[in-house]
Design a protein around this ligand. Structure first.
Ligand code: NI
Length: 149
C-alpha cells in the first residue's frame, strides 16, 4: 500500500462548483478520487507524447463496405503494420456499414501514424484512436523495427 499524502488546494468558488457538478455527473463520490484520476490521465497523455513511450491503442472506426477498394486497402494496411496489431474485431452493423476495433501496441507516435493513415481512407466515416500507457518504463523485451515505406 502506497502512502497517501494530503495537500490543500485553493480554487475560485465557481470553478470548484463546476468541478463538483462534473465529478457528480461522472459518478465520483469524493473529490480526491476525481483529482487522482485527472492527474493520472494527464501523466499518461504527457508520457505518450514522448515518441519512444510504450503505448497501447484502440482504434475504432465505421466504414462503408461497398466503397470500392476500401476493404482491400484496410487489409493491406493491417498486413503492413502487423507487428503493431494485437487483434482486430469486425462487426457487420447493417447492410452498408462495418464497425472495427483494432488493438495496437508500439511507440505512441507510430500508433498515431498508423491511425492517421487508416482514418484518411475514403469510405471510413468516423473513427478515433485512444492511446494509453502503464506509466512504467519502456519494456526492453518488446522491440519494434521501423517499417520500411
Ligand atoms: Ni462487415
Amino acid at each position: 500500500m502506497k502512502k497517501l499524502i494530503r495537500f490543500g488546494v485553493s480554487m475560485e468558488d465557481d470553478l470548484l462548483r463546476q468541478f463538483d457538478d462534473l465529478i457528480n455527473k461522472k459518478g465520483y463520490t469524493n473529490r480526491s478520487e476525481a483529482i487522482r484520476d485527472i492527474v493520472r490521465d494527464k501523466l499518461v497523455e504527457e508520457n505518450i507524447q514522448i515518441s519512444t513511450a510504450e503505448a497501447y491503442g484502440a482504434l475504432v472506426y465505421i466504414y462503408d463496405h461497398h466503397k470500392r477498394e476500401l476493404e482491400k486497402n484496410l487489409a493491406n494496411l493491417q498486413h503492413k503494420y502487423f507487428q503493431y496489431i494485437i487483434s482486430t474485431s469486425h462487426v457487420h452493423l447493417d447492410h452498408d456499414n462495418c464497425f472495427e476495433v483494432i488493438l495496437l501496441r508500439g511507440q505512441g507516435d507510430e500508433l498515431k501514424l498508423i491511425a492517421d493513415k487508416l482514418l484518411s481512407f475514403k469510405g471510413v466515416k468516423h473513427g478515433k484512436l485512444i492511446l494509453t500507457t502503464s506509466l512504467s518504463k519502456k519494456q526492453k523485451s518488446i522491440h519494434y523495427h521501423k517499417q520500411k515505406e
